[in-house]
Design a protein around this ligand. Structure first.
Ligand code: GDP
Ligand code: MN
Length: 399
């Protein structure tokens, strides 16, 4: 599960990481008052208006704007709320922006990158840090990998103080910055572990320019990204509550409400399968026969007839779908339940496109009977004998 930057900043603040004061707004009219509030709190005239979407690359896309007056804040808000954001992370269609963060601006001396994620090869969490933080970090990772420091975290001991200090020195922090940076990295590692994150990233972590009050500058987080392991959400109601359905693919959301795993893809063959392994094998064999799957839909082992019907509604609602392949190996999932779902969907929405069905396993005879009885509603139905036959038939049918 992904969350917005403003939610990630709140998590950081609650763990003791300093972040500039900010407000979340949803309308153009709220931009000027938000500008006034955050600049008063931050004792500056600089503020930054930032699109809140589940994608990065906002800076380069023009969706992070520095402003120095209420009118400029309003103009930035108008632009971001009325244009889709297209960045390297969004795909060409872009994303609609519904929320903005207005934060007090800071006078940046240097931008750093720090993040924690899980490294599968070593089966440990890893602290990744770089002195070359900011909007070009992906480029740095590609062209100058030596500028990226990796520190592996012991699964029981966590990030140790000496490790964090060493990283702070290697990043070039000096004077009072060192202990501040150590505190940030330690808090990030603790959040990562206790909240079951899959990514906890601050980019950039910055130092402010020296002032009379803070001659060494301050270490602040001015952008953050947190992803969470869905399998851990049941023990973090506070994190689950941060879920924003407006950022999700509506069909994927509809499916998850029914306990189905659905992922939209780019092809034209809708797939309805039970079990993730069989779903992947089905996609592979479709590709082997020259086709392209339009989705990955795993009804799982215990879907009800209603859930299966909903699965067909979702697949058929996608105008890109030119044919459907049902591949069921009935174990706990019964073939008659799947067949009834097909029959219901056929009655309700009609199958005008080719439908290839391969049913095997528990209650397969009852399933075939149901399909036979619904034959009038299923003029395009073809039965397949095995997986290869099914893939061949559906690929032929969609051309
Ligand atoms: P991202 O591009 O989506 O990662 O958005 P960020 O929040 O990281 O902002 C992109 C860039 O905008 C940062 O790397 C900074 O260079 C700049 N920026 C963001 N906030 C401030 C600020 O308060 N002051 C200054 N001077 N620059 C900022
Ligand atoms: Mn960033």
């Amino acid at each position: 599960m992904k969350v917005h930057e403003y939610q990630a900043r709140e998590l950081l603040a609650s763990a003791g990481v300093p972040v500039p004061p900010a407000r979340v707004i949803e309308s153009i009219d709220d931009a000027a008052p938000a500008y006034k509030a955050v600049t008063a709190e931050g004792e500056t005239d600089l503020a930054v208006v930032k699109a809140q979407v589940h994608a990065g690359g906002r800076g380069n896309a023009g969706f992070v704007k520095l402003v120095r007056s209420p009118d400029d804040a309003t103009d930035a808000a108008r632009f971001m709320l009325s244009n889709k954001m297209v960045s390297v992370q969004t795909g060409p269609d872009g994303l609609e922006v519904k929320k903005l963060l207005v934060a007090a601006g800071v006078d940046i001396d240097h931008e750093y990158y720090v993040a924690i994620t899980t490294d599968r090869a070593t089966r440990r969490n890893v602290l990744i840090a770089s002195r070359e933080g900011g909007v070009e970090i992906e480029q740095v990772a590609k062209t100058n990998p030596d500028a990226i420091i990796k520190t592996f975290i012991h699964p029981l001991l966590g990030l140790q103080a000496h490790q964090a200090r060493e990283v702070a020195f290697r990043l070039g922090f000096t004077g009072k910055q060192v202990s501040q940076a150590v505190k940030v990295m330690t808090a990030l590692a603790t959040l990562y572990a206790t909240k079951d994150c899959s990514l906890a990233e601050i980019n950039p972590l910055i130092t402010t320019k020296p002032t009379a009050e803070h001659p060494d500058g301050l270490v602040l987080a001015i952008d953050a990204k947190f992803n969470f392991d869905d399998n851990g959400l049941f023990r973090h109601k506070d994190i689950g509550a941060l879920f924003d359905p407006a950022e999700e693919n509506p069909n994927e959301l509809r499916a998850s409400r029914m306990g189905l795993s659905y992922i939209a893809l780019d092809g034209n063959i809708g797939c309805l399968v039970n079990g993730a392994g069989l779903a992947m094998a089905t996609m592979d064999i479709i590709k082997l026969h020259g086709g392209e799957p339009a989705n990955f839909l795993d009804v799982g082992g215990s879907a009800s007839e209603e859930a299966v019907t909903e699965a067909f509604r979702i697949i058929l609602s996608d105008p890109a779908v030119k044919g459907v392949l049902v591949n069921i190996f009935g174990g706990i999932m019964r073939c008659d339940v799947i067949a009834q779902g097909i029959a219901n969907a056929a009655k309700e929405v009609g199958f005008e496109i080719p439908l290839v069905v391969r049913l095997e396993g528990t209650n397969v005879d009852a399933g075939r009977e149901i399909l036979k009885a619904a034959a009038a509603d299923l003029p395009t139905l073809q039965a397949a004998t095995d997986l290869g036959d099914a893939a061949e038939k559906v690929c032929q049918a969609v051309g």
